[in-house]
Design a protein around this ligand. Structure first.
Ligand code: GUN
Length: 293
C-alpha cells in the first residue's frame, strides 16, 4: 500500500510554479495575478480564500482579495465581475461559493469571462473539457488527475467508480476519468443518492473516487482488494481527546480501508492539499496565454 502524499506533491508543484514565475518576471513580464471575491462571513469560505491568497504570495503571484458584506446585491456583484473581466491587470479570478441565498450563483458564473474562469466553472470551460478541448479544469478534479499522473498510476481500461455528482467534483471527475486520454480511458460509473447498490458499485472499482460528504462512510467492505482510493471528503469530527476538540476525517474510514489498497490518499494531506495548487496552475496558464497573445 502506498500513500499518495498530496501535501508533498503540492509543495513540489508550487516550487515549480515559483521558478517559472521568476523566469516570467526576469523576461520582463508581470507575474500572474489572481483575484478572489468573497461575499459574507462563512467560516469555511474565509479559510479557503485566505489559503488561496497566501499561496499566491508564496510563489510570487499577485493576488487581490475583494471582500463584501452578506447584503451585497446581485447587481453589485455582477458589476464587480464585469470590472474584473475588463481589468487587464487580472489574469484570472474566482467568486467563492456558496453565495448568499439572494444571489443566483448560475447568473454570476455565467457572467465570468471564460478566459479568466480559473475555477473552470463556466459552461464554456465545462463544455470544452467534456469535448476534450483545452480548458480550465475545476480545481479538485484537476488536482486528482495531477496526482494520478505524477504518481505514474495507469488508469486505461480500469473500472472507476465516482461517488457524488456535484458540479464541482463528482460530475467533472467522471468526465475526466472517461475521456480518451491518460489519466482517463477508465470504464466510469457515477454514483449518487439514488444509486441502488452503492456498496456493490464501489466493490467493482479499481479506482474509487469518493466525494459524497459523509465522514468515514466508506468502510473496508466497500473496497476491492488492491484498489486505488481517492478521498475527497474533509470533515471536522468532534473528538474530546484531541487538543482542538475535533479531528479531520475524510469520507473513507482510512484505518480499515488503507490495508486493502494499492494506493490511497490520506485526509488531511491528500486531495485537499492539491486543490489550491490546481487553481494556481490554472492561473499560471492564464498569465502564459496573456503573454503569448
Ligand atoms: N467553494 C468550494 N469549493 C470552491 C471552489 O473550488 N471555487 C469556488 N469559487 N468556490 C468554492
Amino acid at each position: 500500500m502506498q500513500i499518495i502524499d498530496g501535501k508533498k506533491l503540492a509543495r513540489e508543484i508550487k516550487e515549480e510554479l515559483r521558478q517559472k514565475t521568476a523566469e516570467m518576471v526576469a523576461a520582463g513580464h508581470r507575474p500572474p495575478h489572481l483575484a478572489a471575491v468573497l461575499v459574507g462571513n462563512d467560516g469555511a469560505s474565509q479559510t479557503y480564500v485566505n489559503s488561496k491568497v497566501k499561496s499566491c504570495e508564496r510563489i510570487g503571484f499577485r493576488s487581490t482579495l475583494i471582500r463584501r458584506d452578506e447584503d451585497l446585491s446581485e447587481a453589485e456583484l455582477l458589476e464587480i465581475v464585469d470590472q474584473l473581466n475588463r481589468d487587464d491587470e487580472v489574469d484570472g479570478f474566482i467568486v467563492q461559493l456558496p453565495l448568499p441565498a439572494h444571489i443566483n450563483e448560475d447568473r454570476i458564473t455565467m457572467a465570468i469571462d471564460p478566459r479568466k474562469d480559473v475555477d473552470g466553472f463556466h459552461p464554456a470551460n465545462i463544455g470544452k473539457m467534456t469535448l476534450g478541448m483545452e480548458a480550465f479544469l475545476p480545481a479538485t478534479p484537476y488536482g486528482i488527475i495531477t496526482m494520478l499522473e505524477r504518481y505514474g498510476i495507469r488508469t486505461s481500461g480500469l473500472n472507476c467508480t465516482v461517488v457524488g455528482r456535484s458540479n464541482i467534483v463528482g460530475r467533472p471527475m467522471s468526465i475526466l476519468m472517461s475521456r480518451n486520454a491518460e489519466p482517463g480511458n477508465a470504464t466510469t460509473t457515477l454514483c449518487h443518492s439514488r444509486t441502488r447498490d452503492l456498496r456493490e458499485e464501489c466493490r467493482r472499482a479499481d479506482i474509487l473516487i469518493v466525494a459524497l460528504g459523509r465522514p468515514e462512510f466508506i468502510t473496508a467492505d466497500y473496497v476491492k482488494e488492491g484498489a486505488i482510493v481517492i478521498d475527497v471528503g474533509i470533515h471536522r469530527v468532534p473528538d474530546a481527546e484531541s487538543e482542538k476538540g475535533y479531528v479531520i476525517k475524510g469520507d473513507v474510514k482510512f484505518d480499515e480501508v488503507a490495508p486493502k489498497c494499492s494506493y490511497i490518499t490520506p485526509v488531511p494531506g491528500g486531495v485537499g492539499a492539491m486543490t489550491v495548487t490546481a487553481l494556481l496552475m490554472n492561473t499560471f496558464d492564464a498569465a502564459q496565454k496573456r503573454i503569448e497573445k
